[in-house]
Design a protein. Structure first.
Length: 407
């Protein structure tokens, strides 16, 4: 068509001198897209009928705001996710997320890259080729645990009754442990001892491994039911806590055979969510398929503090914030709302029990836990946030919880 060759084209309205009215919505979207220093990024694995997604939420505690920043389409139904703070090429710190699911392989994605079409790397067989004497998994990957002390090591457990240690930098399996009698669905590394790996199995057994000799079990304990979750108590590093499919939570000292205490947290329902506060000693939260979320004080003996219905359906996972002692996120199977993040201090019973408790900081280099200098700062900050919410509610304003992603 004649005359089009002289038409000026601009890649953006900002470059066009004839456009004088700027798009305020674009500027607002750009502000939301930039992650600020006081933001937290929460990774949520979601499986729907037609697709599986890895969603990245941005949460700001001061503004009580949580929204989807971006998402990634997955090739598998996700069953577990794990953050990895290492770059696979030059060992520098980076934001990576490992995803395991109904596949024999593990996908590792770069969080800092938006609209990725393929993972940064894939650990294990992709399913197209299978080797007879392979160290890779032959069943679904049920749990992942990154070793924050030996940063190139990732542990994975599977329905094939095995645990594999992966060298992320070399992109291959280095050790496979197959001493289990059933599916292994829970893993966690010791917070200070980099060689000690804790595993929970469907044969009702928790096993402790020294990964320098992975085929030899250092110690094992038999629990009430199939083990759902295992966590180390970072405030008392000799102790660990495990939950089962029949509603029990048990605490053990790794040096002893018998349990320190046994708690019927969710009678006759699997305790699928188990987490400790990052810096408030004794604060434990549990979630279950009975759809109940509960808070406990386990500083001495377990004491019930409070419970809440979160409207996320059957609870699949519970995780505590690594930065804020009272912020918790929870995921479930509800079709309306699968994910929720909230501040425990909104519960009056939690404020009364933990409001004045001194906060503690973990020093991994010195293998110690000490009182943090930020205790008073955190308490003043949380009181300010709580009072801000009360004022907003009294004025009849609805506090924004989730902003829908724009398609």
């Amino acid at each position: 068509m004649p005359g089009l060759s002289s038409v000026a084209c601009f890649s953006s309205n900002d470059d066009d001198p004839y456009v004088t009215l700027r798009d305020e919505e674009d500027e607002s979207d750009m502000e939301d897209f930039l992650i600020q220093t006081d933001d937290n990024v929460i990774v949520v694995a979601e499986a729907n009928n037609n697709q599986s997604l890895l969603k990245f939420y941005v949460f700001n505690e001061d503004e009580d705001d949580c929204f989807v920043h971006h998402d990634i389409l997955l090739s598998m139904v996700p069953l577990c996710v794990e953050w990895i703070g290492i770059n696979t090429d030059d060992n520098e710190v980076a934001n990576l997320v490992a995803v395991g699911g109904n596949s024999t392989s593990i996908e590792v994605w770069d969080v800092d890259v938006v609209d990725s079409l393929e993972p940064e790397l894939i650990l294990g067989d992709s399913g197209k080729k299978k080797k007879k004497a392979s160290k890779n998994h032959t069943g679904d990957v049920l749990d992942l645990a990154w070793n924050s002390s030996v940063k190139n090591i990732l542990a994975s457990s599977s329905a094939d009754k095995s645990v594999i240690l992966w060298d992320i930098c070399k992109r291959k399996a280095v050790t496979k442990c197959s001493v289990f009698n059933e599916k292994v669905q829970a893993l966690q590394w010791h917070p200070f001892e980099s060689n000690n790996l804790l595993s929970g199995c469907c044969d009702k057994t928790v096993r402790l491994f020294d990964c320098r000799t992975p085929d030899a079990v250092t110690k094992e304990w038999t629990l009430h039911g199939e083990v759902e979750k295992v966590i180390w108590n970072h405030f008392d590093p000799f102790c660990f806590i495990a939950s089962t499919d029949d509603g029990f939570v048990q605490c053990y000292d790794a040096r002893s055979d018998s349990s320190i205490w046994t708690l019927s947290a969710h009678p006759s329902s699997a305790v699928t969510g188990l987490s400790l506060s990052s810096s408030c000693p004794g604060l434990m939260v549990t979630g279950s398929v009975d759809q109940n979320f509960k808070v406990w004080d386990i500083l001495k003996k377990p004491v019930f503090v409070g419970e809440q219905k979160l409207d996320v359906g059957k609870i699949c996972s519970v995780s505590s914030s690594p930065d804020s002692p009272f912020v918790v996120c929870c995921g479930g199977d509800s079709k309306k709302q699968k994910f929720k993040v909230f501040n425990l201090l909104d519960m009056g019973s939690v404020t009364r029990t933990f409001g004045k408790r001194k906060l503690m900081a973990i020093n991994k280099s010195q293998h110690s836990v000490t009182e943090t200098e930020r205790s008073q700062e955190w308490m003043e900050r949380t009181e300010k946030i709580s009072s801000k919410r009360k004022v907003s509610k009294s004025k009849g304003k609805k506090i924004k919880k989730t902003k829908c992603e724009k398609k």
